[in-house]
Design a protein around this ligand. Structure first.
Ligand code: NAP
Length: 544
């Protein structure tokens, strides 16, 4: 148990709390389970009124993940694996939220979580080695360890369009979807954005709305999800196969079950290429993205051929050639942005009640009380949906006033690019451990989370066993990691494209320069390096 543990709530001081965890999503819940097993006293602060993180906030129609469900859940408990049954191969948000509640009940997590508690600031006391966490309510809590489970996509960004506040109908960001059921029947709905979120919403609500207008700035390449129900026979097979499923996830760069094909698109015949792509297009999940030929995401010529294949598919599925051409991305190649998966998305544009507005042709001038005014016309809406994405990865950290020794501000430190060691600790911020911070491997997220949480837990055990009260990465370790991060991203085509993954968000001031926000050398290599650090007794860290 770490000494010096004290916690202060308002003016009353309580003792024996060892760590504060921010966030009760998949990261925070698992970190809570692991640290509680060490006998530590913990509190978790969650901004939402309930747990679930991403799956609590993103409750829009059609929300579902694109990892195979049975590869997505926690793997740490055999009992949990055997008790839970995923109804579909790619579960919808309500099922995932139900799953996380099931986990919380089973492991009795709620009593450690304080809801409706957004953390406003976290300041480190350099002499006492204590973090003081200040909530929006003004309450102040203290603990020696601060663990962030903020999620990479939890800072939603609204479009910076003039008049946004003036709209008289209902409007909201997709990550702030109303909890009460919405009635789209007969409604005139406008949606801004065509990312993975918008694609799921559009394909889901188009059948219910009176009329849907989609405002598109950049089309995205999307591939079929091919979701279906899990049959009872499959359920039995899945439960018997968990060891193999998770072993498979550990072998791949992205922790999905899909492995990159060793062949190069440019080295096989045109027929072989076409047949392979047709096969991938007909298969469920992200295989066409992360299980494609080895050169598709690294070599422009191979990428262009794949893009041509995908463009042909869009042309086959959308009837109006003018709409088709608008839906085919021209400024980035296939897979160079996070691939949205769809179920009938392209066919939606064949419906008479759906219209695609390319805002490059007719820019939005402003939002009015009635709807949206482009330079060509004025469109009236009952509902406006802002599917305009997130300030990715560092955005959630920027929204908390995090200060290290001497009042050093994390936001300022990371203004051009984050500086971390393994993405687990930021340079200059002792005793703050990040689950899924910048520069970690990301893919099938729960797999990455479990590994990082286990790694953090081992570090905490090491500190406890050696009576250590302070940990921070050595400057040379941070520099070495920065170099590894840049080496890993070199040559990847996605690094040349604007997206949340490269840190660009035109709705946020100062987010117009690309930077590297992940470790792209693959999860296998990330794990090897992280394990080596642990096996070497954490030589890369300074302890006190
Ligand atoms: P996103 O991919 O960043 O898309 C945001 C969309 O809004 C883009 O089309 C963007 O256009 C547009 N936009 C932003 N500001 C605008 C403005 N001022 N005017 C007009 N258009 C504007 O965000 P997202 O769709 O929410 O997805 C984010 C990530 O969440 C995904 O990449 C994925 O990682 C995750 N996600 C996963 C799933 C899943 O697992 N199935 C589902 C949904 C989301 P530009 O492209 O031109 O900027």
């Amino acid at each position: 148990m770490l000494e010096n543990a004290s916690i202060q709530k308002g003016k009353s001081v309580t003792t024996d709390v060892d760590a504060i965890i921010i966030g009760a999503g998949i990261s925070g819940m698992y970190q809570l389970i692991r640290l509680r097993a060490l006998g530590m006293k913990l509190c978790v602060f969650e901004a939402g009124s309930d747990l679930g993180g991403t799956w609590y906030w993103n409750r829009y129609p059609g929300a579902r993940f694109d990892s195979e469900s049975w590869s997505y859940g926690y793997s740490f408990s055999q009992e949990l694996l055997q008790e839970w049954e995923w109804p579909e191969h790619f579960a919808a948000q309500p099922d995932t939220l139900r799953y996380l509640n099931f986990v919380a009940e089973k492991f009795d997590l709620r009593k450690h979580i304080t809801f409706n508690s957004r953390v406003k600031a976290a300041h480190f006391d350099d002499e006492k080695n204590i973090w003081t966490v200040i909530l929006e309510s003004g309450e102040t809590w203290r603990a020696p360890l601060l663990i962030t489970g903020l999620g990479p996509l939890s800072a939603p960004t609204l479009p910076n369009i003039q008049g946004r506040e003036s709209f008289a109908g209902q409007s909201f960001h997709t990550a702030r979807w109303p909890h009460d059921p919405m009635d789209f029947n007969g409604k005139r709905v406008g949606i801004i954005g065509t990312g993975a979120t918008a694609i799921q919403i559009i394909q889901t609500i188009a059948k219910d709305v009176g009329h849907l207008t989609v405002f598109q700035r950049t089309p995205n390449w999307a591939a079929p999800l091919h979701n279906r129900k899990v049959t009872p026979e499959e359920q039995v097979k899945i439960k018997a196969s968990y060891p193999e499923i998770f072993a498979r996830c550990r072998e791949t760069a992205t922790c999905f079950i899909h492995q990159t094909d060793p062949r190069r698109a440019l080295e096989v015949s045109a027929e072989e290429r076409e047949a392979f792509w047709a096969k991938l297009y007909a298969e469920p999940g992200v295989g066409i993205w992360v299980g494609n030929f080895a050169d598709v995401l690294t070599t422009k010529e191979a990428n262009a051929l794949t893009s041509e294949f995908m463009a042909r598919k869009i042309r086959q599925r959308v009837k109006d050639p003018a709409v088709t051409e608008k839906l085919i991305p021209k400024n980035h190649g296939f897979g160079t942005r996070r691939l949205p998966l769809e179920s009938g998305y392209y066919e939606i544009y064949n419906q008479p009640n759906v219209r695609l507005v390319d805002i490059n042709e007719t820019p939005i001038e402003r939002i009015t009380p009635e709807g949206i005014k482009t330079n060509a016309e004025e469109l009236a809406f009952d509902i406006l949906i802002f599917s305009t994405g997130f300030d990715g990865v560092t955005g959630p950290y920027d929204r908390i006033d995090i200060r290290g020794p001497g009042g050093r501000s994390l936001k300022q430190e990371w203004i051009s690019t984050p500086r971390t060691f393994l993405g687990v600790m930021a340079e200059g911020f002792p005793n703050m451990l990040m689950v899924l911070g910048p520069h970690t491997a990301r893919g099938n997220i729960p797999r990455n989370i479990e590994e990082i949480v286990d790694w953090i837990t081992a570090l905490v055990i090491h500190m406890r066993d050696h009576g250590l009260k302070r940990v921070e990465p050595k400057p040379e370790a941070v520099q070495g990691w920065a170099e590894k991060v840049e080496e890993a991203v070199a040559g990847l085509l996605f690094a040349e494209v604007n997206s949340w993954q490269t840190g660009v968000n035109r709705n946020v001031e100062g987010r117009d320069i690309r930077c590297t926000l992940g470790y792209y050398g693959g999860a296998v290599e990330y794990r090897r390096i992280a394990d080596e650090v642990a096996a070497g007794c954490y030589r890369e860290f300074d302890f006190a």
